[in-house]
Design a protein around this ligand. Structure first.
Ligand SMILES: Cc1cc2nc3c(=O)[nH]c(=O)nc-3n(C[C@H](O)[C@H](O)[C@H](O)COP(=O)(O)OP(=O)(O)OC[C@H]3O[C@@H](n4cnc5c(N)ncnc54)[C@H](O)[C@@H]3O)c2cc1C
Length: 361
């Protein structure tokens, strides 16, 4: 049952986790204010926008459930956001080729069991036709536009240092001398959400995981689908640009790029697509993913306070998962029946998951 009274929510973090949560709550008729500090290295801008785990058969079912739910929702969700905002996030159902997968039989068995389309290519690789992509910087603009179109208020360059509490309830978000009152709060601070937020001492088990990326100019290739091989992916954009990525590095909050790493990425990209040898990358950047053990996000109530919620730790697949994780968060916040079992994403569930050594995925 949905609570019918209009509530006012305050969201901390303006990446895809915060913006998609805002959009979901607004669509249920509630009021939303969202604050973002604008950290460099924020993940949503920097990502590749591939809408599928790499590779789903290597992941835990709890991560896949949200990712597959997101994949299914994406085409309609992208259209809706484009209509609301007037900005096209460039959803493209381009498909993905997986080359050199050593466990092909196990991969095909997983695909059959999950009703996930897969074919064997003439070169022995796998073709996954249901994999799509979006263009991250446009997605961020489109989601912000859709939030504004539904009456949401976005506060840019606004750092929230903590919450004010009264009688055990959070009543306002604090930004310097300014207080923003709300009925409930969502902590969606991406890689920064592993830091304590003011007096909220308990923090989700999230840490920054850097990803470095290269961009090639239109004309450098003729690729029309995503290609993945041994940790490297190539993503062609509709206007001819091409991305090559990415690293997964436990480097703290350092969002710089490293010349040696970029050289290696370029060499690997050329080995995968020899036509790139005649070109130098146009640009490079790095982003900080909200890393979590097993790639399973935390979506649920904060243990310290009943009206504080968390939507974070989507690690490598926050864009893929966004339609499903924001839907689940809104269902929990509004006391509606959840469309999937929320237990694996609860605060308590993450406490039982540890980081594996060299935990890159
Ligand atoms: C190189 C790279 C490639 C990727 N490729 C893919 C991919 O192909 N497919 C996919 O699905 N995912 C991909 N991802 C992962 C995906 O981008 C992330 O999971 C997702 O963007 C996380 O979103 P977020 O909103 O949690 O974090 P962010 O986008 O980092 O947003 C968090 C925001 O919170 C703000 N914030 C933090 N603290 C405060 C505060 N105290 N007050 C106010 N604001 C605050 C920050 O400024 C930031 O803008 C990739 C990521 C990277 C870096």
């Amino acid at each position: 049952m949905e609570l019918s009274l209009k509530q006012n929510f305050f969201i901390i973090g303006g990446g895809v986790a915060g913006l998609s949560a805002a959009y979901a709550l607004l669509r249920h008729g509630h009021g939303v204010t969202l604050a973002d500090f604008g950290h460099s290295g924020q993940s949503t801008w920097a990502g590749a926008g591939i809408l599928c785990p790499l590779l789903p058969w290597h992941y835990d079912e709890a991560a896949n459930r949200l990712a597959l739910g997101g994949m299914q929702a994406w085409p309609a969700w992208a259209g809706e956001i484009a209509r609301q905002s007037g900005c096209d996030p460039e959803y493209w159902g381009c498909g993905m080729a997986v080359l050199g997968e050593t466990s092909r039989q196990a991969a095909l068995a997983w695909c059959r069991a999950h009703d996930f389309a897969a074919e064997v290519r003439p070169d022995g690789g796998l073709w996954l036709p249901s994999v799509g992509q979006v263009r991250n910087p446009r997605l961020a603009v489109a989601l912000a536009g859709a939030v504004a179109a539904l009456g949401g208020r976005i506060l840019p360059h606004c750092e929230i240092s903590g919450l004010r509490f009264r009688a055990g309830k959070a009543v306002a978000a604090l930004a310097g001398e300014v207080e923003y009152a709300a009925d409930a709060f969502v902590w969606a601070g991406g890689a920064w959400s592993g830091l304590a937020l003011g007096e909220l001492a308990a923090a989700p088990n999230v840490r920054p995981m850097r990803g470095q990326m290269l961009l090639y100019a239109p004309g450098s290739h003729r690729l029309d689908h995503v290609v993945y091989q041994a940790g490297l992916y190539l993503v062609p954009r509709r206007d001819g640009h091409l991305l090559a990525g990415s690293t997964v590095e436990d480097a703290g909050f350092d969002a710089s790029t490293l010349p040696d790493t970029l050289d290696r990425l370029h060499r690997d990209a050329c080995a995968l697509l020899p036509e790139l040898r005649a070109h130098r990358p146009l640009r490079a950047w790095a982003g900080l993913r909200p890393g979590s053990p097993d790639n399973i996000p935390v979506i649920g109530r904060h243990p310290d306070c009943d009206n504080v919620w968390v939507n974070t730790g989507h690690f490598r697949y926050g864009v893929t998962m966004a339609p499903a994780s924001s839907r689940l968060l809104a269902e929990l916040m509004l006391d509606m029946a959840p469309h999937l079992d929320p237990a694996p994403y609860s605060w308590d569930a993450q406490l039982g998951r540890g980081w594996k050594s060299g935990s890159a995925c």
